[in-house]
Design a binder for this molecule. Structure first.
Ligand code: BES
Ligand code: ZN
Ligand code: ZN
Length: 466
């Protein structure tokens, strides 16, 4: 992670300067429009001008993106140290935090497998008269969580298996006394009857794990928010094998659990006065003679039986057991799950927003708001009785594929399956991050190529209400 600081005078001769759009620009051939970037040289100094548009429309998102793009430009110029000149703009929110966050997030690149490592930004300083150490710590801690999520998602599926996710959780928990970690091994998963998690993971030499991280920052409060992540460390599709073109990115299918681990990591550094339970349902959905069969019926931890109509609809299965286990043993006051659940959400929303499905308007409103604050945008999708009915089985309680015609409302019916495991109207929201977790386009702003770490900043913003 690049070193981040706030200083009174510039530490580097590469300087990022934000420029507002005005009727008369003082810089030659530069208007200050949003997205505009231009490099100028003055003596020893390299000045990277970046446009932030008109004053009235300048907000945290504009500043975050501009700062990120400027850092990308500095990386192209092979700079290692960069100073950012504080534009002293009062944006809605916290402009310093937005600028620092954009810069730090954009300094991350996935270069593990490159024989020749490109030069990276090692130090960023924000030149400002106002220094808020608390903000600096917050930015660093949150970005550390995002980077953990990105590293886990980018890593080879052969290395980032369920046991690895479990040991990562254990490491986070052991760093502070307020956090504890419980890990169910494949034997315990079987013995306790988490039949769906068992089924999905049973063909792999990397056995499944259910991991629970419990953070108690406020012993006096009964409130306990649960965040649950899909942790399919590789989704082959199982016996309904995925075709070429769909399978290559499937090491990203644990992005939900990476977001949960990243969030718990950030909480372990920030130690806020709240209670959060993080759960990850980790399995490798493999193909082989031990694989679970399409057409067979399996029993979930809740007791509900499920007919497997398609082994590639596996995320909902592992999540169902995680949700039930969490409700029974950790009594959450609400549940938010994150999952790269459906290809259908990519058709609906592309990589521009994640799908939000919920049984609770207030929770939805707050999550939508956090998505706006962090520019990890959410869009509320329908979830109603028709979707729930479409998941009811004929020979079993439920089926894992809807009865609607093929390709009809695939994300809503997947969410409806999860909804069937939520007890007594417990406030619950499901974020389908299949389109936003893994960026196969070029890097842009704070979003790098491949793992984005989507969800960590959003969850922290929601949990900390800032
Ligand atoms: N992991 C996939 C969803 C996915 C698609 C994630 C694209 C990231 C990018 C999920 O397990 C899956 O395969 N879903 C199926 C469900 C179908 C069989 C009902 C899908 O969306 O095609
Ligand atoms: Zn699948
Ligand atoms: Zn999947």
């Amino acid at each position: 992670m690049a070193k981040l600081s706030i200083s009174k005078s510039a530490k580097s001769d590469t300087k990022i300067t934000f420029v507002q759009e005005k009727s008369k620009s003082l810089i030659k051939d530069f208007e200050g429009k949003i997205g505009e970037i231009s490099v100028h040289y003055k003596g020893n100094d390299t000045i990277i001008y970046c446009g932030i548009g008109e004053k009235k429309s300048c907000n945290d998102e504009v500043l975050r993106t501009a700062s990120a793009n400027a850092i990308r430009r500095a990386t192209e110029l092979k700079r290692e140290k960069v100073s950012i000149i504080d534009p002293k703009i009062k944006s809605k929110g916290n402009s310093q935090r937005a600028i620092l966050t954009g810069a730090l997030l954009a300094a991350y690149n996935f270069t593990t497998h490159l024989s020749e490592k490109p030069k990276e930004i090692k130090a960023i300083d924000l030149v400002s008269e106002i220094s808020k150490p608390a903000d600096l710590k917050k930015v660093k801690s949150i970005c550390e969580g995002v980077f953990l999520a990105r590293d886990l998602i980018n890593g080879n599926a052969h290395d980032i298996h369920p046991q690895f996710l479990a040991s990562t959780a254990k490491k986070i928990a052991s760093s502070i006394p307020e956090m504890s970690c419980t890990i169910l091994t494949e034997k315990e998963i079987d013995k306790k009857g988490l039949g769906l998690l068992k089924a999905v993971g049973q063909a792999s030499k990397f056995p499944p794990r259910l991991v629970i991280l419990k953070y108690t920052g406020d012993k006096n409060s009964k409130e306990n928010k649960a965040i649950i992540g899909k942790g399919i460390t590789f989704d082959s599709g199982g016996l309904n094998l995925k075709p070429t073109g769909s399978i290559e990115s499937m090491r990203c299918d644990m992005s939900g659990s990476a977001a949960v681990l990243g969030t718990m990591k950030a909480l372990s550094l920030l130690k806020p006065k709240i209670n959060v339970t993080g759960v990850i349902a980790a399995a490798h959905s493999a193909i082989g003679s031990d694989a679970f069969f399409p057409g067979d019926v399996y029993k979930s931890y809740s007791g509900k039986t499920v007919e497997i109509r398609n082994t590639d609809a596996e995320g909902r299965l592992v999540l169902a057991d995680a949700i039930s286990y969490c409700q029974k043993h950790f009594s959450p006051s609400e549940i938010i799950d994150l999952a790269t659940l459906t290809g259908a959400i990519v058709i609906s929303l592309g990589d521009l927003s994640a799908g939000l499905f919920s049984n609770n308007d207030n929770l939805s409103k707050n999550l939508l708001n956090s998505g706006e604050n962090t520019a990890e945008k959410l869009w509320r999708m329908p979830l109603n009785k028709s979707h729930i009915d479409a998941m009811k089985g004929d020979i079993s309680d439920l089926r894992n594929l809807s009865k609607l015609p093929p390709r009809h409302a695939g994300s809503s019916t997947a969410a409806a399956f999860l909804n069937s495991f939520i007890e007594d109207e417990l406030p619950w929201a499901h974020l389908d991050i299949a389109g936003t977790a893994f960026n196969e386009r070029d890097a842009r702003g704070e979003i790098p190529k491949y793992a984005t770490g989507f969800g960590v900043r959003l969850l922290i913003n929601y949990l900390l209400k800032s």
